[in-house]
Ligand binder design. Structure first.
Ligand code: HEC
Ligand code: HEC
Length: 389
């Protein structure tokens, strides 16, 4: 009885504020995020949306279940002009194709590259490509010296310096660097660099790795262009197996991968029939690295696995009240009102809980807001006391 009365009083005040109420409800439901009351859709902890697909599986994209089982027309074959626009592939020069593939005309200097690096890359990759904070190092000095560390084996000698695996020492081809920068960097704004800027950044990164081109040092005055780029030989180009260079690349690769022991398989049952279960006797031995594990791993690894902390932003209590509570809480149960005496005797925790979960008497869960529990409690404190803390 009491509840019904309270609800009716609130309804009166709600109708006074009907205009506000409608506009608020309107934007709550009109947003792109599916309403959480729609049982077929769920929100991930990190804010992503999961849609059920079928058989208890979920995906990030909406699949209309009605179209899954019928024949779907999947478009058409792209024409040559369309394919050319999608083909951002870059391939290094080889014996068979000395011009490589996809390497455009253009040029850029180490000096310009350094300027762009300072403006757009240094915040993540560190001064002179030193890395840190979980972002990969782009250099650790002289690539030719670092390349020699790649054969260091911590498994055999835990005290040895680990291999220094940075672009300069490890990547076999400079085309990957060029492509990676143009198509992937700077991380949040990929595809924003011009061809000349990409040449300049490539030149700068070759410079800080002390890489030579055709016997010439890439010094501060160096200007890199396409012709010079084609002559780059990366320090570790011959350090990979199988060797994919040359006219025999394909048979070499096939032979290599035909033999499981070439890529880690031991004691394999390699009969005529392919083995699918228990093919290998367990032989792994584990050797732990003493004294706190690997600290000087390069590139530095970020071992923190926490999600980034959300900075707590204090809510504007009066603004939230006006936008989200006032349409119902202005005549009855208004801020500081004596009506609260009918609610608070059951204990503040129960009042919070009722507000958060909603009540049959008409209080929608959290007043229909998506406030955190803590912020919602702040709002309740305000409603009860009439004072902003
Ligand atoms: C917001 C941070 C950020 C910025 C800014 C940024 N990068 Fe990166 N960069 C990354 C991350 C993260 C990776 C590793 C990506 C991965 O492994 O998937 C990376 C990888 C790279 C790599 C490959 C390194 C390797 O050894 O694998 C290169 C080269 C590179 N970035 C160059 C650049 C250049 C040049 C710029 C400036 C135009 C730039 N980055 C700006 C975050 C950034
Ligand atoms: C759509 C109308 C409506 C909105 C919007 C609304 N409330 Fe309520 N609220 C009610 C009604 C109706 C009651 C009385 C419910 C009852 O007596 O069961 C109530 C009761 C409450 C109670 C007491 C719960 C209890 O049973 O102890 C709290 C706390 C509360 N509201 C907080 C808020 C806050 C904070 C906001 C804004 C963020 C808000 N409400 C927005 C309608 C609303």
């Amino acid at each position: 009885m009491f509840k019904l009365e309270a609800y009716n009083k609130l309804l009166v005040s709600a109708s006074v504020a009907a205009v506000v109420a409608f506009s608020v409800v309107g934007c709550m439901e009109g947003g792109a995020t599916p309403s959480s009351s729609d049982a077929s859709v769920s929100l991930d902890i990190d804010g992503g949306v999961s849609y059920p697909v079928r058989g208890n599986k979920a995906g990030s994209y909406y699949v209309n279940p009605q179209t899954v089982d019928i024949k779907v027309n999947h478009g058409r074959i792209p024409n040559d002009a369309e394919l050319a626009r999608w083909d951002t592939d870059l391939q290094p020069p080889t014996e068979l194709s000395p011009e490589g593939h996809g390497i455009p005309e253009g040029s850029g200097s180490v000096e310009d590259g350094e300027e762009i690096y300072e403006a757009q890359c240094v915040m993540c990759h560190g001064d002179f490509g030193s890395g840190g904070g979980g972002y990969p190092a782009l250099s650790k000095g002289n690539a030719y010296d670092l390349q020699k560390t790649l054969t260091n084996n911590r498994w055999k000698d835990p005290e040895a310096d680990g291999p220094t695996r940075v672009f300069g020492s490890y990547w076999p081809q400079a085309t990957t660097l060029w492509w990676y920068i143009r198509d992937g960097m700077p991380h949040p704004f990929s595809d924003s660099l011009s061809v000349d800027e990409t040449y300049a950044l490539t030149a700068y990164i070759l410079n800080i790795n002390e890489i030579e081109i055709d016997g010439e040092e890439v010094d501060d005055e160096y200007v890199l262009d396409r012709a010079k780029f084609l002559k780059i030989k990366m320090p570790n180009v011959d350090g990979f197996e199988p060797n994919i260079a040359g006219a025999n690349a394909l048979p070499v690769v096939r032979t290599y991968f035909g033999k499981a022991s070439n890529f880690g398989g031991q004691n394999l049952n390699q009969g005529a029939v392919r083995c699918m279960t228990d093919c290998q006797k367990p032989t792994a031995k584990t050797k732990y690295i003493q004294n706190g594990g690997i600290k000087d791993f390069i590139p530095p690894m970020n071992v923190t696995r926490d999600l980034p902390k959300k900075e707590a932003v204090a809510i504007d209590v009066k603004k939230v009240y006006t936008e989200s509570c006032a349409m119902c809480h202005s005549a009855f149960l208004s801020p500081g009102s004596a009506d609260w005496a009918g609610y608070t005797p059951k204990g503040i925790d129960k009042v919070y809980a009722n507000g958060i979960n909603g009540t049959e008497g008409g209080m929608p869960a959290k007043g229909g807001t998506d406030l955190s529990d803590a912020d919602f409690k702040t709002m309740v404190d305000y409603l009860i006391s009439g004072k902003v803390k």
